[in-house]
Design a protein around this ligand. Structure first.
Ligand code: SF4
Ligand code: MG
Length: 335
């Protein structure tokens, strides 16, 4: 499979008066062409910072990509000039944020906003831009596009606004779409419709998608592969099947237990006790140690290596590392 994006050893820091926050600490992942990768984790785990880094939208200062590479179709975006990034953003890589209201300009018609991006980046006539805008409105399921083009954002419902934001993101036919909590601000029925829209768009255009979310329900619906983030690191990656049916990291297991499931009605949800570590001085070892029911002595001393469980499934946990088993056996034997 062709890889459209490859992120290696990405580190992002923010310098504050209180010290340096290590928001992203050595993240590795890739995205195949045409697939949807979900990056999942609690708020503050570094998932939005990771996606902003791909777009090179980390405000410097106080932020900084302090190490690593982000290869988009083979070329390293961490080394690209701002001019080159401006030609990539919205054209090759587009981003959608949580709140559709702030993403739209309240003083411009929807039609103007749709055509703006297209005319900025491509030499097209007004008529061609209008035609493309109508096509996009149709693609994202907005009825009466001709009339709706002339209206302003406040004349649309939240769900319809998010459809327009998606249409704007796709109008230049990007190869990569990054959606950061795209359905969080919407009610459940509209959420489902927007997720279906993503699937339909992917089938129609072949766009590759990175979906950033804290919501495993969203992930279950549309992800092909999942990367679970915790305290600035990716701690488990796998296919949807690996992660939902065979989660190996205790944090992933905890996340899954805290999600309501239709087939287990009446069962109590178990939230994960405790809070993630302070990223001003993250622990040397496994950052989940303080909350992990299986923590061993080695966990908080040494960061667990990446254990490869199958071609698709990888985890950073000492429970999956044979060297830890050996260590454990030795300590047990010496008692
Ligand atoms: Fe728990 Fe240790 Fe695995 Fe971390 S490495 S998740 S503390 S068992
Ligand atoms: Mg976020």
């Amino acid at each position: 499979m062709e890889k459209i994006l490859e992120v290696n050893n990405l580190h992002v820091t923010f310098t504050t008066y209180g010290g340096t926050v290590k928001a992203v600490r050595g993240v590795d992942f890739h995205l195949n062409k045409g697939e949807t990768l979900a990056i999942v984790g609690e708020s503050g785990c570094g998932k939005s910072v990771t996606s902003n880094a791909i777009m090179r939208l980390i405000p410097d200062p106080p932020g900084k990509i302090s190490a690593g590479t982000i290869k988009f179709k083979g070329s390293d975006l961490t080394k690209a000039s701002e001019k080159r990034m401006r030609s990539i953003r919205g054209v090759d890589i587009s981003m959608i944020f949580q709140d559709p209201m702030t993403a739209l300009n309240p003083t411009l018609t929807i039609g103007t906003q749709l055509m703006e991006g297209l005319r900025q980046h491509h030499k097209v006539t007004g008529e061609a831009a209008r035609k493309k805008a109508l096509e996009m409105m149709d693609l994202v399921g907005i009825p009466n596009p001709k009339e709706r083009m002339k209206q302003y954002p406040h004349q649309f419902s939240g769900g319809m606004r998010q459809r327009i934001v998606i249409a704007i993101a796709l109008i230049c036919e990007p190869e990569l779409l990054i959606a950061d909590e795209p359905t969080t601000a919407l009610d459940v029925t509209i959420q489902a419709q927007i997720l279906e829209l993503f699937e339909r768009i992917q089938r129609a255009t072949g766009v590759s998608i990175i979906l950033i979310t804290h919501d495993l329900g969203v992930v279950a619906k549309i992800a092909d592969r999942i990367a679970v983030m915790y305290a600035g690191k990716i701690i488990e990656t796998g296919t949807k099947r690996d992660i939902f049916y065979n989660p190996e990291h205790p944090y992933t297991q905890g996340l899954l237990k805290s999600v309501p499931r239709l087939d287990l009605q009446g069962e109590k949800l178990t939230p994960i006790d405790g809070t993630p570590p302070d990223l001003f001085s993250p622990p040397k070892g496994c950052p989940f140690t303080a909350r992990c029911p299986f923590a061993m002595e080695v966990c908080d001393k040494v960061y667990p290596a990446n254990s490869i469980l199958s071609e698709s499934h990888k985890v950073n946990c000492w429970l999956q590392d044979s060297r830890a088993k050996k260590l454990l056996a030795e300590t047990a034997g010496s008692k």
